[in-house]
Design a protein around this ligand. Structure first.
Ligand code: CUK
Ligand code: CUA
Length: 638
């Protein structure tokens, strides 16, 4: 989130609590036992996996909690030279879109799969904001195995949030845009030509495969964030909206004229029923669907264009609007599914809505008006109550499963703990500084694991050794097991962290894939042993069928290649052991390395543009003879 609240929060607020101002007690002393609470002894494992969004680096990072140690970067939406993601021929199709190869995106939110509203941790979903996409990472391999582009969307921010059995992943568009394949219209025709779109993407129960089930048209607001209902509110989705003024220019002024925006409640079970009854309209817009195949170790990209669209202007009982104080950012549902919290970031209170009251208000038609025929419920009739004086700039709320909520305050740089029933503020603790998202392990589920809370901060000055004009972004770990929150640890993050989730390591640590069985490697260019290692020419294409095993490449002296040939190095790693990848890099190639997992095949393409001798070598220290793992390619004149 950006600092557009500056102008609006009022000059006094902005001056007194400008983001980046050092809160009182910034050097706060830790109590003596903080170190022991985060100390994970050498050889011991962390208790939780924490999957953290990388923001503008486009990746996810895997962090252990409570130590804060970074265990891995999982490449998702951005190319990753470390392991050839987006450089190998097999992975390039993963980054394909309806308008070609897009090797970067901005990943903000993580969703860990659930069953019965509890983490099952089979998959981690992440959103790409810029070229609207949703990715799915398999948590037995920590590999991105699917990326679905979202048509009719721009700024895929309200995404990827899931229903309690991972039936659907949703994607709400931040920018309303003309729908269909992009059209050339005057921007000032915004209200007629631009639309908001909410996509419901079904997830296959067994394999996780995503499919764009249907899209819901919505007024041209900006959709910011969302949460599914759970337990009693299962079947509903709640989206925060802003710019309900429907401005298309100078939003910082024009989108702040009214004192309320809306939480948009969507009855998705109803929508699903209408789709089954054939009430969806067939529309078209191109989008890519990219799937990684663990059988062939290759990705395929398919361009699709058929979409089923529901129009809630006609089907009037899908969407209801709940007025919410200005510019809600996060909307969050508590573990019971009864309470819906809208964090109006320009509001002085936090409104807490009641699902039961919402249903009653709908039944009694307690409406204050309509938008395009869709009912606007009365604020008071849905309100459970307001948290008074919580702090400034409430953004996101998580839950500990003991009846308490924790809200991040961007402007006053603190986390505030309050009781969901009584709405009393129970504790507050400073963050350093400007906290964005916060996270409790299991916090968005029906069964939070409690124990810790992590604040993901922006504009974090002077917490670490300075590193030039840009400083490390920061996470802070707090112990929330007692009445008072206690700061335990600061740790820097990779990229800009937005949302994150964490779950007990015990859920997946014994399910990790250690290597790929060679006999099941169905890559069309795979080798099962060193005997078939060879070079084959097909016209101007040269296929090098290469093997790696400690500690050699076969073949390792390659001749007969000419300038302008397309050379494909199909490298099969014959190892059948945990943690023995081999790398492949060749001098002069305008691409990255490969890092080939045991039992896998990966391909590097290079078109040599000059004659000479080009050495290649293994990039991953794999044995005492790693330095001997090398070879030569000779390129002769065309
Ligand atoms: S956003 Cu970054 S602090 Cu994109 Cu979820 Cu709220
Ligand atoms: Cu193989 Cu180093």
């Amino acid at each position: 989130m950006k600092t557009r609240l500056w102008l609006l929060a009022g000059a006094m607020v902005a001056i007194a609590f400008a983001p980046g101002c050092k809160p009182k007690g910034a050097q706060s002393a830790l109590s003596g036992d903080a170190a022991s609470k985060v100390y994970v002894a050498p050889g011991e494992h962390d208790e939780f996996y924490n999957i953290v969004s990388g923001g503008f680096n486009g990746q996810m990072s895997v962090v252990g909690l409570p130590s804060g140690r970074v265990l891995k970067i999982v490449p998702v939406f951005s190319v990753h030279p470390e392991n050839g993601w987006g450089f190998s021929e097999e992975s390039k199709p993963m980054l394909n879109t309806a308008h070609g190869f897009v090797p970067w995106d901005d990943l903000h939110h993580i969703a860990i799969s659930t069953t019965n509203a509890e983490h099952d941790a089979r998959w981690a979903f992440g959103n790409g904001n810029n070229t609207p996409r949703i990715a799915r990472v398999d948590l037995t391999t920590f590999k991105t195995v699917e990326i679905l582009e979202i048509p009719n969307s721009a700024g895929n921010h309200s995404s990827p949030f899931i229903t309690e059995n991972t039936e659907y992943v949703v994607a709400g568009t931040r920018f309303s845009v003309p729908t269909g394949d992009n059209r050339d219209v005057p921007i000032e025709t915004y209200k007629e030509n631009f639309k908001g779109t909410i996509s419901f993407i079904s997830v296959d129960k067994d394999h996780g495969t995503m499919d764009l089930a249907f899209q819901l048209e919505a007024p041209p607001f900006n959709f910011d964030l969302a949460r599914a209902g759970k337990k009693k509110s299962h079947g509903w989705f709640f989206f925060s909206t802003y710019n309900t003024e429907m401005a298309h220019t100078l939003l910082e002024v024009n989108a702040s004229q009214k004192d309320k925006d809306f939480i948009m409640a969507v009855n998705w079970k109803k929508a699903e029923q209408y789709i089954k009854e054939g009430k969806g309209k067939k529309t078209k817009a191109k989008y890519a669907h990219n799937i990684w195949d663990e059988n062939t170790h290759m990705a395929t990209s398919t361009i699709k264009e058929d979409i089923l669209t529901l129009d809630p202007k006609e089907l009037k009982d899908i969407i209801y609007f709940i007025p919410c104080p200005k510019s809600p950012h996060g909307t969050d549902t508590d573990p019971t599914g009864e309470y819906i919290i809208g964090s109006g970031k320009l509001a002085a209170i936090i409104p807490v809505f009641s699902f039961t009251k919402m249903l009653k208000a709908i039944e009694n038609q307690d409406f204050e008006g309509t938008i395009d025929g869709m009912p606007v419920l009365k604020y008071e009739s849905v309100l459970h109550g307001e948290v008074e004086k919580p702090g400034l700039g409430p953004l996101h709320t998580e839950f500990d499963g003991r009846g308490n909520a924790y809200t991040s305050m961007f402007v006053s740089s603190e986390v505030v703990k309050w009781n969901i029933e009584t709405l009393q503020v129970l504790d507050r603790v400073p963050t350093y500084y400007s906290v964005g998202h916060l996270m409790i392990p299991g916090g968005p589920t029906g069964k939070p694991h409690g124990k810790y809370m992590v604040a993901y901060n922006k504009i974090t000055k002077d917490r670490y050794l300075p590193t030039g004009p840009e400083l490390a972004h920061s996470a802070q770990l707090y112990d929330i097991s007692g009445d008072k929150m206690q700061l335990l640890l600061d740790f820097p993050t990779i990229g800009e962290p937005h949302y994150a989730e964490a779950f007990p390591a015990s859920l997946i640590k014994d399910k990790q894939v250690k290597f790929y069985p060679l006999e099941k490697n169905n890559h069309p260019r795979a080798l099962k042993g060193i005997n078939n290692a060879r070079v084959e020419r097909e016209g101007n294409k040269v296929h090098v069928y290469m093997t790696t095993i400690r500690s050699n490449f076969r073949p390792d002296n390659i001749e007969g290649v000419r300038v302008g040939d397309e050379v494909y190095f199909h490298v099969t790693n014959l190892e059948q052991d945990w943690d023995v990848p081999h790398g492949f890099a060749i001098k002069g190639a305008n691409t990255a390395e490969l890092l080939v997992m045991p039992g896998e095949t990966a391909t590097l393409k290079w078109v040599p543009d000059r004659v000479g001798i080009f050495p290649f070598y293994c990039t991953d220290f794999c044995s005492a003879l790693h330095q001997e793992m090398q070879g030569y390619l000779r390129v002769s004149p065309a």
